[in-house]
Design a protein around this ligand. Structure first.
Ligand SMILES: [Mg+2]
Length: 195
């Protein structure tokens, strides 16, 4: 079986600008400067790309599964123009404060829980690829991203874009391995030079 390494990426605030609310249409998608270039460089270096995003706006009735899927497809196409497309994208529709008969079964998907990462890894396994967690990274702008990466045995990197929860991470003792100004710096200044 072939072993692979993966960049698990948060979406809002890491790849595209965080709108401050739930993104429900492609018009709200604006890439963070050089995020596409960073992903393309990581792909060229052999990383698989998996997007892992909490989308509780679905359980809250602010957006729908169909809208989130359409936004994800749009993001895929936007990234693909620069050879920066993702391999898989997983989103969590549920929220503990907004019970929903259909979405509650995905509660273990909600970051900082590791359900989406575990599913991605088992999906790769079905295709004959074993993910080397110790050579894989989780990059995001929030404490939940860092905590998810730590719990999943991945190497967590915080970016100062989006919500930039750097202070909160240290306050809560959820310590990233590296803090970068943005995804481009994380990839070119830390991950690709060999961490
Ligand atoms: Mg985020």
């Amino acid at each position: 079986m072939q072993t692979i390494k993966v960049l698990f990426l948060d979406r809002d605030g890491t790849i595209n600008r965080d709108s401050g609310s739930y993104i429900s249409s492609k018009e709200q998608i604006e890439l963070i400067d050089r995020a596409d270039e960073a992903i393309a460089l990581a792909r060229n270096a052999g990383f698989r790309i998996v997007v892992v995003t909490n989308q509780a706006g679905i359980a809250r009735g602010i957006t729908t599964v169909e809208e989130v899927e359409e936004v994800n497809r749009y993001l895929y196409d936007l990234l693909a123009v620069r050879n920066a497309h993702y391999d898989q994208c997983y989103f969590c529709p549920s929220h503990p404060d907004y019970p929903h008969p259909e979405y509650d079964r995905y509660i273990d998907f909600r970051k900082p829980a590791t359900g989406m990462v575990d599913l991605a890894i088992s999906d790769f396994l079905k295709e004959g690829f074993e993910v080397d967690r110790s050579a894989s990274f989780f990059i995001g702008d929030k404490t939940v991203d860092i905590e998810c990466g730590l719990r999943a045995g991945l190497r967590p990197v915080l970016v100062r874009t989006g919500h930039n929860e750097e202070a909160l991470c240290y306050q809560r003792n959820i310590i990233p391995e590296f803090v970068a100004d943005d995804l481009y710096q994380a990839v070119t200044g830390y991950i690709l030079p060999g961490g």
